[in-house]
Design a protein around this ligand. Structure first.
Ligand code: NAP
Length: 504
């Protein structure tokens, strides 16, 4: 590894150390010390972001697109260092870090292409009708404008794609908004190198320095101060329900409330319909096990619950899943805290009334092994805690007596990032009953697949009703996510030479 972390914050082009430090807790290799963030630095970063706003919002789409492309190039130039420290800090394998870097750079370039095209501006024009009776109509033009400085919180499980230069940062910068990142305390070294890449792109593209800052964590007051800072006009957050809700509440309680776009947890239920089960119960069971255990189950789209009609097909499915999961070796989890929460979550499910243990395995300190449980819909419906996310490779099979009880389970669901149907042509009637119920509860509904793996594209929705997200009108993945950091402005009878360049 050539990069040795210096542990400083980046505030408007300046690398700043603070007296107090915290240590990262890598899964392997030496620990490093990082400056703890402070409320005073948050203030400096937010003021610098506001100072940069007018100039940055006035840049052309082509200039911002070049800037995003340059960030991607600068990240690629540091690829080996990013993977080295990223694997150490998170315990994720090198291939995963390399792949996630590709996704992160692809995301930045997708936004560059998207803003070059300009469709996202949703330009509208109602020409003046001076002779209209009884009242003339004025000339009305509408366009989307950037909202102002944006605060970004990444998640521990995507140290690149949902972190310093992840989807939220890419969308905000594409929109024309300066960004202040609260660095995740689980991977501060990774965040530091990515911040260096952004700083290099700012210099190369001659952007205002305040367009990007990153304050490292180690102090929860940093996040609270950031979302409450009067210069911040929107927040992009990916992480836990508890953390997201706490910060959302702070945003709502501000004298000037601001939108908080929190992408939170989900159990991503799968509904296995009888025709599909009769044809391929084992295949679905093995596929589910693979999706469930991938990356130690540390995906927000991890399908934690399967709903299936009881009987021999359900038994074949459960046995295939159990056999596949029992062959999955131990995997390192992202942090000690996440490993502890996984074990206590598994114990909570195991101890709930009516829960049958199909697979329980010992987990060492920071390791996860899969757990598999089975429960009847009656018991599941009686215990709300069973519908909550356990972050890790834990599967719960919910058996229903018939199609009506399957519908009852679907109706009882809270908001989800995804919901999945496994169905064959003979399942059409039940599919038709389930789809309208699931589409009200999930941001993405899929058939005959597994929800892990979120394509970054135009049609993607990664969001959903609460508690999957705090804003059901938004997505945090894909080009539509830029809308979170824009607001429509209508220009009535404004002279052409005063209009924003994109409207003139
Ligand atoms: P997390 O613990 O909520 O942390 C996310 C960020 O919020 C960190 O920077 C954290 O600061 C900060 N934070 C949390 N609580 C806070 C509070 N009360 N006050 C101030 N700051 C606070 O989440 P995580 O462990 O990184 O991520 C795992 C969770 O995220 C899982 O539940 C997973 O399902 C979910 N997730 C969702 C998506 C999605 O797209 N919906 C994607 C990935 C993950 P510190 O650095 O101090 O901890």
């Amino acid at each position: 590894m050539t990069h040795v972390p210096h542990g400083r914050h980046l505030v408007a082009g300046e690398w700043i150390a603070t007296a107090e430090t915290f240590e990262n807790a890598p899964a392997h290799g030496p620990a490093h010390r990082f400056s703890v963030g402070s409320v005073e630095l948050v203030d400096r970063a937010c003021e610098a972001a506001e100072a940069a706003f007018d100039a940055y919002a006035a840049t052309s789409r082509a200039e911002r697109a070049d800037f995003l492309d340059r960030i991607a190039t600068e990240i690629e130039a540091r690829g080996a260092d990013i993977t080295a420290i990223g694997t150490a800090e998170t315990g994720l394998p090198a291939a995963r870090l390399d792949g996630e870097r590709g996704r992160t750079c692809g995301q930045l370039r997708l936004f560059a292409t998207h803003i070059r095209k300009g469709d996202y501006l949703d330009r509208r024009h109602d020409p003046a009708q001076p002779d209209r009776a009884p009242l003339p109509r004025p000339d009305l033009r509408m366009i989307q404008r950037p909202v102002g400085p944006v605060a970004v919180f990444g998640a521990s499980n995507f140290p690149l794609a949902f972190s310093t230069a992840g989807g939220d940062t890419a969308a905000a910068l594409a929109a024309g908004c300066p960004v202040v990142v609260k660095g995740h305390s689980a991977h501060p070294g990774t965040s530091e190198i990515v911040a260096e890449a952004i700083a290099a792109a700012i210099a190369a593209c001659d952007m205002p320095a305040g367009v990007f800052s990153q304050i490292q964590g180690g102090n929860r007051a940093v996040g609270a101060a950031l979302v409450q800072h009067p210069r911040i006009k929107a927040v992009g957050f990916t992480g836990s329900l508890a953390g997201g809700r706490a910060l959302f509440d702070l945003c709502a309680a501000r004298p000037e409330p601001i939108p908080f776009f929190g992408e939170l947890g989900s159990v991503n239920p799968m509904f296995l319909l009888p025709g599909a089960m009769s044809a391929r119960a084992e295949e679905i069971g093995r596929g589910w096990a693979g999706s469930l255990a991938m990356g130690a189950g540390q995906f927000c789209t991890n399908p934690g619950i399967c709903v299936v009609i009881e009987g021999p097909d359900a038994d074949r499915f459960a046995e295939a899943a159990r056999a596949a999961l029992s062959e999955t070796g131990p995997q390192v989890m992202l942090t000690d805290g996440i490993a502890d929460a996984y074990r206590s979550g598994a114990a909570r499910v195991a101890g709930a009334a009516g829960v049958q243990d199909l697979l329980s395995q010992m987990c060492d300190r920071r390791e996860a092994r899969p757990f598999l449980f089975r429960v009847t819909a009656q018991d599941w419906l009686a215990d709300h805690a069973l519908s909550e996310e356990v972050f890790g490779p834990l599967g719960l099979i919910v058996t229903v007596r018939d199609a009506d009880e399957m519908l009852a389970v679907a109706h009882s669901l809270k908001g989800q990032l995804t919901a999945t149907l496994h169905l064959d042509p003979g399942d059409r009637a039940l599919g038709q009953r389930l789809l309208p119920v699931l589409e009200r509860r999930a941001g993405r509904v899929l058939a005959n697949g597994f929800p892990t793996g979120v394509e970054v594209c135009d049609a993607m929705v990664h969001g959903g009703p609460y508690p999957a997200s705090t804003n059901f009108g938004a997505t945090s993945v894909g080009t539509l996510s830029i809308r979170r950091f824009l607001r429509p402005v209508c220009y009535q009878n404004i002279p052409a030479d005063l209009l924003p360049e994109d409207l003139a």
